[in-house]
Design a binder for this molecule. Sequence first.
Ligand SMILES: [Zn+2]
Length: 328
Amino acid sequence: MTYKSMPKVELHTHIEGCAPPAFIRGLAKEKSLDISGIFNADGTYAYRDFDHFLEVYEAACTTLQGPQDFYRLTKAILEESASHGVVYQETFISPDFCGGGDVTAWREYLDAIQMAADEADRDLGITLKCVATCVRHFGSDKAKAAAKCAAETKGDFVTGFGMGGAENFGTPTDFAYAYDMAREAGLELTCHAGEWGGPEMIAATLRDLKVTRIGHGVDAIKDPALMRQIIDADVVLEVCPGSNVFLQATGGWSEHPIQRLRDAGVKVTVSTDDPPFFGTTMTNEFDMLSQTFGWGEEDFKGVNETALAAAFCDDATRSKIAKRLETA
Ligand SMILES: [Zn+2]
């Protein structure tokens, strides 16, 4: 039994982290960049451990050198996602990697990415929205510049603001200014927390950055009072089980807290994070949840509904996606 053809809503992906290996190999060849060392013989990304993963990720990113490359990347990603039944996807896009924090350059990248997204919506029935993101370990000044880029381009396509990067760098309050700027511009807010940083990091993030979603958030399982707070505040977790298992942020699939979080009443959604790097797809996530916890069609429908309700999109898009979920 596979859930490949079931329609899916995915909230947590990183644009560069979704790059199919074959696409990156093709770009490297065109640009005569030698990055052959980052691939296995079977063409998948090769790395030994988490630090090496970051090196491989960065090497793969060196092939992405301008708006046109991101246009092509977006097309390749959405084709892949659509083949796994994804009908709505949100992706983190960093103004640091797309234009170096400069608003004018950022707009050019966004235009190219949005053009690819519009084509995929028309041709493949998959809608993409962008969560502009700052990189935590780049520090608060760069985060402000990223928030400014996000605020200046807030609209139909750039609908949210977030933060990824090394969770142990600084404290959430260091980034409150950037988040305030994004909130004032009308952007919806999420932040990676509680993947590595424990329940304290989730609590501090909710308090200081006032987000409505948390990226990962799986460490909430360690603190029942925090879980209660998350439920009462109607905060939604963007859970990426395959990523957690692969990076050993949690135990194996059978120990993954998604089931216990859900049983406790926490709103959970399911995403892939950086799928080809972690050897996963949305099909694999659904299939593994089915095999591990016995989730069936009704469970996945519920997860899709939770994700759609928490999606950073306007109501017209939400009802369009709801129809896709119903009629598929
Ligand atoms: Zn992530």
